[in-house]
Design a protein. Structure first.
Length: 470
């Protein structure tokens, strides 16, 4: 048996005092807690220790092993700030899943009480739902996610009339299609071979699972998904106004009113996604669509992931990466708010604030965080952008104790009714020109490539087992 000294985990600095936590016995899933120690009885739970060690080592903690009563004892040095040690305490408690005896207060609850009146965790854990709507949306999403594997994918290309290409990428292409009941859709065709080659199986599965379960007016809907022996197919609602990128450069830049309206809708999209623990990670003008009424849809969830603590993957668009991603410090939902700051700047200027042709120079500028603002920027939007582009995570808008409500309370959004916006009762100041539901004039033209359904009995799908979850 290996003992982990929880006294080291439970110690932290507050007014230069060491606070000890005393409790009795707990038992759960091969883990026993007694006399201030965790007893790890299974290999699965022991792996938690190594994961915790690896993460702590990246955050300036001194972590070491020592002998304790003839067994190994894990000790963690004091953190520089109370929020940091509590973050890792949450991680340990969530992974070990302790269950306390009735009448004994949980250590986690005891520690979290000390956060009252302080800023939120710098890793950006989800803030508790503050309205009935948010709580209902979270419950609905989790319910759908838990039952998603009970729903088998059905359908094939025979259900669609295929039209022109709307976009292309490294994984395949997106086609405009029409269903038999004359509904328009954007069919995303992903080549299995490329997904395997680029090691994107988990990301692709995340994209499908999240899109199947979300229900937000500012997130694109997944209508259906299916596969053949060569490709994966996602049928998404068709947003005929095109990409925000096209409209920014068609107009050179957006006016203050247009950028403000679109920013508010993205705030609502992120409020929804973060409330269900989804980290988006790829905000940029190319991934934001504008519908025929001038409302936004966030699309392309290839990098989206449910994150309850933090993650380490380097992914996203270089111009939009937050400094903590570049510096490999581990990150969470705060990176989406950084990206929104970059997007507001690009909507108003036509270019990203840290852009450089040399990628390393661009990363250096991002880490330094110095931004030059054009003369036409208004003071309230500069203040908002600066709030999002804080390298110090404890001061970044959206990541502090007030969460999204603190963003909505900014002068930039003065007079804006967010609940009415969520219900799309507020008219958009920018409406794209479209002539019909199937109009594709707001999308670029691409060389066409035939799409064929592969059901040849003589062809064996080499990746059938990998994509069995689809």
């Amino acid at each position: 048996m290996v003992f982990i000294d929880s006294r080291a985990i439970a110690k932290f600095v507050e007014a230069k005092k060491i606070i000890r936590v005393h409790t009795k016995v707990l038992v759960a899933n091969g883990t026993t807690y007694e006399n201030d120690h965790f007893a790890i009885r299974t290999a699965e739970n022991w792996s938690v220790v190594h994961r915790l060690k690896a993460q702590l080592a990246k955050d300036r903690y001194k972590l070491y092993f020592r002998n304790f009563d003839g067994a190994m004892d894990l000790a963690i040095a004091q953190a520089e700030a109370v929020e940091e040690i509590i973050c890792d305490w949450n991680l340990a408690m969530e992974r070990l899943q302790p269950v306390f005896h009735e009448g004994v207060p949980t250590i986690k609850a005891f520690l979290m009480e000390l956060l009252e009146g302080q800023k939120a965790s710098h890793f950006g854990f989800r803030k508790a739902s503050t309205t009935p709507r948010l709580e209902e949306e979270r419950i609905e999403f989790i319910s759908k996610l838990q039952s998603i594997h009970e729903e088998a994918a059905v359908g094939d290309l025979s259900n669609f009339t295929i039209h022109q290409t709307l976009g292309t990428g490294s994984f395949g292409r997106v086609k405009l299609v029409q269903t038999k009941d004359e509904k328009w859709a954007a069919l995303k065709i992903i080549k299995k071979e490329i997904v395997i080659k680029l090691k994107q199986v988990e990301h692709t599965a995340n994209e499908k699972n999240i899109l199947m379960c979300v229900d937000c007016p500012f997130v694109v809907n997944l209508m259906a998904y299916f596969q053949d022996k060569k490709n994966l197919f996602f049928a998404l609602e068709y947003i005929n106004g095109g990409e925000m990128f096209t409209h920014i450069h068609r107009n050179r830049r957006f006016t203050f009113e247009v950028a403000r309206f679109f920013t508010a809708e993205i705030v609502l999209a992120f409020e929804y996604l973060h409330n269900i623990d989804v980290l988006y990670r790829d905000l940029k003008p190319e991934n934001v669509l504008i519908d025929s009424q001038g409302h936004l849809r966030v699309t392309d969830f290839g990098f989206a992931k449910r994150v309850s603590d933090r993650t380490w993957t380097l992914c996203g668009t270089p111009e939009y990466l937050a400094p903590e991603i570049i510096l490999s410090r581990g990150y969470a939902h705060a990176v989406d708010w950084w990206a929104l700051g970059v997007l507001i700047y690009e909507m108003r200027s036509g270019y990203a604030p840290f852009y450089e042709q040399n990628q390393m120079e661009m990363y250096k500028k991002i880490v330094e965080g110095k931004v030059a603002y054009p003369k036409h920027f208004e003071q309230s939007e500069i203040h908002l952008i600066e709030g999002f582009l804080k390298g110090d995570l404890t001061r970044r808008l959206g990541n502090m104790k007030g969460g999204v409500e603190e963003i909505k309370a900014q002068e930039y959004f003065s007079g804006m009714d967010f609940e009415a916006m969520y219900q799309k009762k507020v008219l958009s100041p920018y409406v794209p020109k479209v002539t019909s539901a199937g109009d594709s004039s707001n999308f670029d033209k691409y060389p066409e490539e035939a799409v064929e359904w592969c059901d040849d009995p003589s062809f064996t799908d080499p990746f059938a087992d990998v994509f069995d979850c689809f």
